[in-house]
Design a protein. Structure first.
Length: 299
């Protein structure tokens, strides 16, 4: 019996957003809008997305002993995430400083802060969470050696899901544990080291040959591809009027991981995740845009 459907190990950031008429050049000062603070980070986003769907979700992350850390803990708890695994202190909370111009183009500086201090020892100390969780999901906004330690601490029947974002080459040990590895086009190109053909079906096959038990390639408004030993299957997107795609990949990954743990096939889980991603892109923001299961069913 598992206590959690999903354990997310990953980053939590405060996104500090200012709208500007023009993004500043070197040495320049521009005046902008009032500051908006949004809870973010790929780990925090995935945990909120899963919990809002009704998954019993825990987050293993690190935030600073500061106001942003408390804000992030509050927003996780409000969504229903169990924050017993969120460690506090060691560095300031991770932040993303974001300026957005009227065309929607942005400039972003990320200070990983406490996310960079989530260590392999923190993972080892959280062994009971790993044993209590059906599926474990991570991203790459925490140190790679911490992700390696996650793979080494999986429970015997535990399933591992990785969205390698921001992308970098992955050790074989991590690739071999992925079931699935979930990538968008950009991430696929980095993992494949540039040896990319025109057809996403080929990326999926070549990625699969690198060792993961299964692969999912997300294609935005084109939907997704799932690949495993049975072959490659295309999962259509749900047609919607997209307003803001921020966080769509995180919502997709969380939904997919949850459904896989509930016994769905990879294609079924990706079909459900595509519906979750479709709702998320019709609303502004990241965590604010993630739907409940009822909202997904109503789509
Ligand atoms: P990322 O944000 O990681 O780049 P994608 O943009 O590929 O990820 O989005 C993840 C998933 O969300 C897609 O596979 C698709 O199912 C859904 N999605 C994204 N954009 C749209 C869209 N414009 N219309 C419908 N579904 C979308």
């Amino acid at each position: 019996m598992y206590d959690y459907d999903l354990l997310v190990v990953g980053s939590a950031n405060a996104d500090l957003v200012i709208s500007v008429e023009r993004r500043p050049a070197a040495g320049e000062t521009v005046l902008g809008s009032d500051l908006a603070v949004h809870p973010g980070g790929k780990g925090g986003n995935q945990a909120v997305a899963a919990a809002r769907l009704g998954a019993r979700t825990a987050l293993l992350a690190r935030v600073g002993d500061d106001a942003y850390g408390r804000l992030l803990l509050d927003s996780q708890r409000a969504a229903g995430v169990d924050t017993v695994g969120v460690l506090v202190g060691g560095a300031p909370t991770g932040v993303a400083l974001i300026t957005v111009d009227p065309s929607g183009d942005n400039s972003i500086v990320v200070s990983p802060g406490a996310n960079g201090r989530l260590t392999p020892a923190d993972v080892r100390a959280a062994g009971s969470l790993f044993h209590a969780s059906r599926v474990v999901s991570t991203q790459l906004e925490i140190p790679l050696e911490t992700v390696v330690e996650v793979v080494r601490n999986l429970a015997p029947q535990g399933r591992f899901v990785l969205n390698p974002s921001p992308p970098r080459p992955l050790p074989q040990e991590v690739l071999a544990a992925c079931d699935p590895l979930i990538v968008n086009e950009h991430e696929a190109q980095v993992i494949l080291g540039g040896q990319v053909s025109e057809r996403p079906e080929d990326w999926a096959r070549i990625l699969l040959a690198k060792g993961p038990r299964s692969v999912v390639v997300t294609l935005g408004a084109e939907g997704a591809l799932v690949a495993d030993a049975d072959g490659v299957v295309r999962v259509p997107a749900v047609p919607v009027a997209a307003l803001d795609t921020t966080g769509a990949g995180d919502a997709f990954t969380a939904a997919l991981a949850w459904r896989l743990g509930a016994g769905a096939t990879l294609a079924e889980a990706a079909g459900y995740a595509a519906r979750v991603g479709a709702v998320a892109v019709t609303r502004r923001g990241a965590q604010e845009s993630f739907p409940t299961a009822q909202e997904v069913d109503a789509l």
